[in-house]
Ligand binder design. Structure first.
Ligand SMILES: Cc1cn([C@H]2C[C@H](O)[C@@H](COP(=O)(O)OP(=O)(O)O[C@H]3O[C@H](CO)[C@@H](O)[C@H](O)[C@H]3O)O2)c(=O)[nH]c1=O
Length: 338
């Protein structure tokens, strides 16, 4: 089986590449990544010499490049490649549409032409918008994205759906809740708060800190995609969630407590524009129909994650010393009053 994984040098993608090579020693994994700021080949050091692993650098929105990838035959495409950070999408929205909508379509066109057996679109619960205090997102919740990021993911999803309806392509769309775990870029809530706390820097909590996210350990996300890739029913959407709803302030306090750092580092800052209040996933469909079961509860997942960031300080410190600093200042300087 030849699997084309796009975005395999990013956080979830690299965890998936490693997971698949370990679990299926006979599969060939072709990792395609544009190596933007969020992609890092160091994430894949453990598998770089594996004969079943190959890497190609390029952009999924580049048709000629993508066409070349399919020349030797591909059985399955798993599309992780995306611009994924909501705050960046508020600052610079256009690249989100290019990669997440056009990039998805370019991949679909090549997959259709080369009669790929399955196309898995890795998407997000953010396409459903925001929940009130009760209720959960199901696969039939209407799409109501609120940020340029989530709108671009919803756009990509709709094109995937259309290629199934129009051309009969065998597709699945997965929609996950907030992931966390090893190799997450330190611009997202959990790794940013761990890194700032370890550096005794302020922890910028948006608004009142009471927005709720439903946390999913990345390995559990990988096992869910593995199931969908093999057993997903053509044309179906599967929600994937950890059933671990927490307010942001609970997350931040947990991190501080586990690192033995003071709560005085918490700094409430100006809210994110259009900030979704609550996400919560109903994962009954993938659980009942495909037999998915997450291994991690939040308590074990956050321990493993903090331990990883403590063991891999060099990794995130190197990231933070580059262009990241410019982004951080742009995003936080006025919020933090610096
Ligand atoms: C970076 C940052 C975030 N936050 C808040 C905003 C959110 O309510 C919450 C989580 O923020 P983020 O880590 O940026 O994640 P969020 O916006 O929920 O989106 C994530 O989760 C989505 C799935 O729900 C994915 O589709 C996105 O790619 C991923 O980025 O923490 C803060 O309070 N302070 C911060 O500095």
């Amino acid at each position: 089986m030849k699997v084309l994984v796009t975005g395999g040098a990013g956080f979830i993608g690299s965890n998936f590449v490693i997971y698949m090579l370990n679990k299926y020693p006979s599969y060939q994994i072709i990792n395609v990544d544009a190596l933007t700021y969020a992609g890092n080949l160091e994430n894949l050091t453990a598998v770089q010499d594996n004969p079943n692993y190959t890497f190609a650098k390029g952009d999924i929105a580049d048709s000629a490049f993508v066409e070349g990838l399919f020349q030797d035959g591909i059985d399955v495409v798993v599309n992780f490649a995306a611009e994924s950070h909501v705050d960046r999408s508020i600052l610079d929205p256009q690249i989100f549409t290019k990669t997440n909508v056009l990039g998805t379509q370019v991949l679909l066109d090549a997959a259709k032409k080369h009669e790929v057996k399955k196309f898995v679109q890795v998407s997000t619960d953010e396409v459903y918008g925001s929940l009130g205090e009760t209720g959960l997102f199901t696969e039939t919740t209407p799409l109501a994205p609120n940020s340029p990021y989530s709108a671009s993911k919803a756009g990509g999803d709709l094109i995937v759906r259309a290629y199934h309806e129009t051309y009969g392509m065998n597709v699945n769309i997965t929609r996950c809740s907030n992931n966390y775990g090893p190799y997450q870029f330190p611009e997202k809530l959990i790794p940013l708060m761990i890194a700032n706390a370890l550096n005794d820097k302020q922890l910028p909590v948006y608004g009142d800190g009471l927005n709720i996210r439903d946390w999913l350990y990345v390995e559990d996300h990988c096992s869910a995609i593995d199931l969908v890739m093999h057993d997903g029913v053509s044309g179906e959407v599967y929600n994937i969630g950890g059933n671990n709803e927490r307010t942001n302030i609970q997350i931040v306090k947990t991190i501080l407590e586990q690192l033995g750092k003071p709560e005085s580092l918490i700094t409430y800052v100006q809210d994110r524009l259009g900030h979704d209040r609550r996400y919560g996933i109903d994962a009954a469909k993938i659980t009942n129909e495909l037999g998915w079961k997450p291994k991690y509860h939040f308590e074990s997942g956050i321990k493993a994650t903090i331990a990883w960031y403590l063991d891999n300080k060099e990794w995130w410190q190197r990231i933070q010393s580059g262009a990241y600093q410019e982004y951080y200042n742009r995003q936080y300087a006025s919020r933090l009053g610096n």
